[in-house]
Design a protein around this ligand. Structure first.
Ligand code: FVH
Length: 285
């Protein structure tokens, strides 16, 4: 449903760093916006920019055809919406959660008469409303609700619908964030190796970015499995060189150790597929 200008009436619950960035893009695009935040003072600036401020979550939910949640975690969603009438509402939950939380929150919302779409934001606040930043949001759950509000949802960032399973947005989100954590761990270790040496750090940053971009397709092509070009024994010997270098440079190996332990298990089991092994944790892991 839209107002007389053809714009969706949006209610946004949660005005942290991300919620505030989202709010500004919808206001700039001319959407009638109602906001609510637990700490009311955070709504003052947006009120000055044209947002209506709701006194309670119930008031905010009642005001929007599209109700967007951007809160800390799934528990805060439950707390904010406790006892609120959701019948006939379309809820889009941009709060980061697990796949199981997405599924149970969908069942919870549907039992209260709402359509529910879960989401995972692949962007940081400065990327919101900046199409060229490459930021986007994964959505999953009610396809009908997503399609009904696609135009409004595409205002802050690109929208990628990944299925009707409400857990899929979180699954994609968390999988990519987990990959990023490993990437950042490796980069942290690399910087620790070189930073106190007379290395051109600007040049090194370029080399690092270039190398990681070149190697990622190899992983994707093989699914991470060992191959004739990169057999397990060769990789294990290479790992020992990495560890000896860390020791020489006075750098801790705590970021590398867990991955290398998995590779040691691969060698011991003669298992080329690291993913298969990881799905069967070692005793005590
Ligand atoms: N900021 C980022 O870079 C990331 C990018 C990827 C996606 N995340 C997720 O977005 C959700 C919100 O993140 P945020 O950056 O806005 O977070 P904060 O600035 O810390 O704001 C948190 C808001 O949640 C409210 N809140 C917390 N607990 C409760 C509760 N029990 N009941 C109601 N509201 C609650 C908090 O209110 P207040 O502290 O101002 O009163 C803020 O509005 C998040 O899931 C990220 O993982 C952002």
């Amino acid at each position: 449903m839209t107002d007389t200008t053809g714009k969706t009436r949006i209610s946004l619950l949660g005005l942290g760093a991300m919620g505030t960035a989202l709010a500004r893009t919808w206001l700039a695009a001319g959407h009638p916006l109602t906001v609510w935040n637990r700490t009311a003072a955070k709504a003052a600036a947006l009120a000055g920019e044209g947002a209506a401020v709701a006194a309670s979550p119930a008031e905010a939910v009642a005001a929007g055809d599209l109700v967007v949640l951007c809160l800390l975690d799934d528990a805060s969603v439950g707390q904010a919406l406790d006892g609120v009438d959701l019948a006939g509402r379309d809820l889009v939950n941009l709060t980061t959660g697990t796949p199981a939380e997405g599924r149970s929150r969908a069942a919870w919302a549907e039992a209260r008469g709402a359509r529910f779409v879960d989401a995972g934001i692949m962007a940081v606040p400065p990327m919101i409303g900046v199409p060229e930043s490459g930021g986007y949001v994964f959505y999953s759950g009610s396809r009908e609700a997503f399609e009904a509000h696609r135009a409004a949802l595409e205002v802050p960032a690109g929208a990628r619908f990944v299925g009707t399973d409400p857990g899929f947005a979180a699954l994609h989100d968390v999988a990519l964030l987990s990959a990023m954590s490993g990437l950042f761990a490796g980069m942290t270790h690399a910087y620790a190796l070189v930073r106190d040496e007379k290395v051109d750090m600007e040049g090194f940053a370029g080399l690092l970015t270039e190398w990681l971009a070149a190697m990622a397709p190899f992983y994707v092509a093989s699914g991470g499995a060992a191959s004739e070009d990169a057999n397990l024994e060769m990789q294990a010997a290479g790992n020992r060189t990495l560890l000896r270098t860390a020791a020489e440079q006075g750098v801790g190996s705590e970021l590398l150790d867990p991955y290398f332990r998995l590779m040691d298990r691969q060698v011991a089991a003669g298992e080329p597929d690291a993913v298969a092994l990881l799905r069967h944790p070692a005793d005590g892991a």
